[in-house]
Structure formats: structure tokens, C-alpha cells
Design a protein around this ligand. Structure first.
Ligand code: SF4
Length: 358
């Protein structure tokens, strides 16, 4: 059973835990010991923290919890991808994915329950936004992934590309980034953390001023406003040119390259003409372009293009001197496109009912 009335340690920065330790009559340095057990050693129970006195363990048991979430479903594929459906304490569900590619082991985390952006090719936006995730609910996705690493593996990267638009849950996302990045936390370098956005302008502006060396990925998916607004409704308010202007400012402040994500959808944005338009749009911007053939979703009519169409699109961008990577589709046999597993669970079982295959 979850104890929602008490403090969740995964929500807390070290300074806050130090203050808490002092408030219960303990020295501040206990905070670092507690966090080391959770983030370094992956311990999930206070009674396993062997360097803490019994009295402190009892106080922690009484007033705090380590995990406020648990894994409901875990599905694995042959390509090393593992997808977790995570149960939250209020009965909601989110997803996170552990992806393996060569030596790179990446946790892809969600930031909201549902999403208000309603992108037309994405399962997450289909039922709208229910609520923001807390910092702890974001951090625990990474902890769940870490528990499933192989003995010789370590988590190298974190991407905020799961359910939700991270920059509309700004404060909780930045707190989570600080915990991921901190030596007392998960110890992942900021350059190995990527925040993906459809283009929340004030969020990009705030992020640029954080003084963090985070990677920014912009989900562009079209080179003109008419096509983009058709598949990403929020583009009607932002517009591509405003997003690109903020992206360039982000680059000039942080000196971090920008990535543009471009999901290729047959008959929508994958023609030779679309490739030429994209090349014109991005030719003066220091960036990488990631092409992703669409993960097809039963609930939508969109389809991925044929491989030759993807190759032609890529060749045109390269001919214009752009840096392009075609991302392999990973995990589509387990509904690993964002929000698909959660949506499928809701469709089959109704919200708040869980199925367990673990
Ligand atoms: S693609 Fe991202 S921003 Fe768009 S609906 Fe899905 S989760 Fe939200």
C-alpha cells in the first residue's frame, strides 16, 4: 500500500532532506547517507541502510517512503527494449522505456499523465492531460529502469521523450534533472540528458537560462506551418519560425547543438519536396536531425513510409550538408511508441484496472 500522506524521498533535493533530518533531531550528514543507499546502491527499504542507527530507521519508516510508484507491467522485446507500465498512487498509469543500442543504455521517461498537446500521431495525447507528474514520480521511472540493468550495464542517458510535454511541467522536470545530474543523486552528466519539446516557447527560454548543459530536442515533424499545425495542433499558437528563433537563442546561450526530431509519416511529411523544404528551413542552424519512421498505431490511420522513401529523404538532407541520423524503430512490437501501452491498457481494461504479466 502507498502512504501518500508522508514524505517521498525521491521528491527531495539533498538540502531539503538535510533540513528534514535536522527537524527530527538527526545530523544533516545523514541525508547524504540515505540518498547514497537509494541512488547508488538501489536499496528500497530503510531497514537495509546498515550505516543508519536503528532509531533513525524507525523515524524514517514512520514519516517517509522511498517508492511512491510500482511496476505494473513489464514487456521485453528481442532488441533489448524493455517497456514498463508504472502504477501511480492515485491509480493512474504512465510508461517508461529502457532502450539499448551498442553501449548506450537510455531511460526514456514520462512527465505527465496524458498530454494536452494532442499530436495527431501520438497515443499519449488521445485522452488529453490528466495531471503533471511529481519530481519523485519522474525520478522513480529511472530507478525502476536501473533495477533492470544487466550486471555489466550502466545507465548512460536519460531522455524526456515519454508521455507528456516536459516543458509544461517545468518546475518538477527541472528538479528531477537536478537529482539526475547531482553527485548525491543519479550522477548522470547533463550532456547525457535530453529534454524533448514540441516547442513550448517560454519553457525553452527558461531552460536556456538554467545554466545546465542539457540537450534540447525539438519535435518538428514538418517544415511548414500548415502541415505542422495539422499534426501538432499547438503549432497554431507557436508557429515554426518562433520555435526556431528560440532554438537558436538556446544554442547561443548554452552552446549545445539542437536536435530536431522528425517523424516520417507516409503521405503527410515524407515526400522529396518535404525534404527540400526541411533542408531550406534548417540550413543555417547548427543542429542534428533525427528521422524516425512512424511507429504505426492501430487507433490512427497514419502509416510509416517505405524504406526507400526514408532513404531518399535522408539523402536529400545530407546533400544539403545537414547532419542526419535515421533512428531505428525499437520496441514497436511491444507498443513502445509513447503512450501506446498505457492507451492499450485503458482500452482493454478500463482506467484503474491493472494487468500484470511480470
Ligand atoms: S508527441 Fe509528445 S507532445 Fe505530442 S501528444 Fe505525444 S506526448 Fe504529447
Amino acid at each position: 500500500m502507498y502512504r501518500t500522506e508522508i514524505l517521498s524521498i525521491t521528491n527531495m533535493l539533498i538540502t531539503e532532506l538535510e533540513e528534514f533530518c535536522i527537524s527530527i533531531g538527526e545530523p544533516a550528514y545523514r541525508a547524504e547517507q540515505i540518498l547514497s543507499w537509494i541512488y547508488d546502491k538501489g536499496v528500497a527499504a530503510f531497514d537495509q541502510m546498515s550505516n543508519l542507527p536503528g532509531d533513525l530507521k524507525r523515524k524514517l519508516e514512520e514519516k517517509c517512503q522511498i517508492f511512491q510508484t510500482k511496476i505494473g507491467t513489464l514487456i521485453k522485446t528481442g532488441d533489448g527494449t524493455e517497456k514498463f507500465l508504472i502504477c501511480l498512487s492515485d491509480g493512474n498509469e504512465i510508461e517508461c522505456v529502457l532502450l539499448r543500442e551498442d553501449k548506450r543504455v537510455t531511460a526514456c521517461v514520462s512527465t505527465q499523465v496524458g498530454c494536452a498537446m494532442a499530436c495527431r500521431f501520438c497515443a499519449s495525447g488521445k485522452r488529453g492531460l490528466e495531471r503533471n507528474l511529481t519530481t519523485g514520480e519522474i525520478i522513480e521511472q529511472v530507478l525502476h529502469c536501473k533495477k533492470h540493468l544487466l550486471p555489466n550495464e550502466r545507465l548512460t542517458n536519460i531522455v524526456f521523450m515519454g508521455i507528456g510535454e516536459p516543458l509544461t511541467n517545468y518546475d518538477n522536470v527541472i528538479r528531477a534533472v537536478k537529482i539526475m545530474n547531482a553527485e548525491w543523486g543519479l550522477g548522470i552528466g547533463a550532456r547525457h540528458i535530453t529534454i524533448s519539446t514540441v516547442g513550448t516557447l517560454n519553457g525553452i527560454q527558461r531552460l536556456a537560462r538554467e545554466g545546465l548543459q542539457l540537450n534540447l530536442a525539438i519535435s518538428l515533424h514538418a517544415a511548414d506551418d500548415i502541415t505542422r499545425s495539422r499534426i501538432i495542433p499547438s503549432n497554431k499558437q507557436t508557429g515554426i519560425q518562433h520555435i526556431l528563433r528560440e532554438a537558436q537563442k538556446y544554442f547561443s546561450i548554452t552552446k549545445r547543438d539542437i536536435s530536431f526530431e522528425y517523424t516520417l509519416i507516409d503521405g503527410v511529411n515524407a515526400s522529396k519536396q518535404d525534404a527540400e523544404s526541411l533542408a531550406r528551413l534548417l540550413r543555417n542552424i547548427q543542429c542534428n536531425i533525427n528521422l524516425l519512421p512512424l511507429n504505426p498505431i492501430e487507433e490512427f490511420n497514419f502509416k510509416p513510409p517505405y524504406r526507400e522513401t526514408v532513404n531518399t529523404f535522408c539523402r536529400i538532407l545530407k546533400k544539403h550538408g545537414l547532419t542526419v541520423t535515421v533512428r531505428k524503430k525499437k520496441g514497436d512490437t511491444i507498443n513502445a511508441a509513447c503512450g501506446q501501452l498505457r492507451l492499450r491498457n485503458i482500452n482493454f481494461y478500463g482506467k484503474n484496472e491493472k494487468f500484470f504479466v511480470k
